[in-house]
Design a binder for this molecule. Sequence first.
Ligand code: ATR
Length: 271
Amino acid sequence: MEINGYTRIAAVVAKPIKHSLSPFIHNLAFENLDENGVYLAFEVLESDLQAVISNIKILDMYGINLSMPYKEAAISYVDELSEVAKLTAAINTIVNRDGKLFGTSTDGAGFFKSLTDFSVKDSDITIIGAGGAARAIIAEAALRGAHKITVYNRTYKPDLFKNYPGNIVFKPLSALSELAGDLLVNTTSVGMDGVSMPISQDLQLPVNMLVADVIYKPIETPLLKFAKTKGNRTINGLGMLLYQAAESFELWTGKHMPTELILQKLEEKIY
Ligand code: ATR
């Protein structure tokens, strides 16, 4: 698609951002769908965030993605928030709806889309970690009617989920002595080094528990290797990266991102 007078812009705004894979993902989608758009990465100062967001309207952009450390600060500058965004008080996507800015997070929806053959409704979910990624996943799971969500975190912050709907139990990670449920998710950075595990190897994994990690590099964290040797189904974080982008892209353009093709290109690029 040639860049011309009709080309519209989407972008990711963060600091740092130069190594982001989002431009790669979104520009493949624009090209493949013949959608006249381009996706850029802007590294900006926090003091300029409000001005940057006001440019979405001024320049009639599709919208933007936000990454660290601006997911929380950005909520003050949009006109409307999704239910997920209200719960987590953080957004990764702003959509320009005819000059009104709608803020939401696609991280949780993207995560659940990446799990093939998993139904959130009535499921029992165990989450390791309570940071930004965890909160997005937990909010989405609670809104979709998960039966029970148990959160284990290194630091005990029992008030973190008090406004969330549903049945959420918060425990210190040191209290994790038994794993139960349909899904285990590691949302911490433990395992990125390729050697450490967020949970003890002495724990029994229920046979039907799907084990997911938000980490996508290495391709298989020690947790996923461990789960695989026990015969459990596993999934790494690459799908979450792709599908959170796909959800944002669809909100901006109304079009489905060609995720199969992009997943293949992403795998070639990363692994
Ligand atoms: P993200 O946005 O990627 O979720 P974050 O908001 O910085 O990142 O959250 C990191 C999460 O990983 C937190 O839950 C953190 O636990 P604390 O609340 O105790 O800091 C968890 N985490 C990071 N390093 C960890 C480690 N070595 N062991 C256990 N948990 C860890």
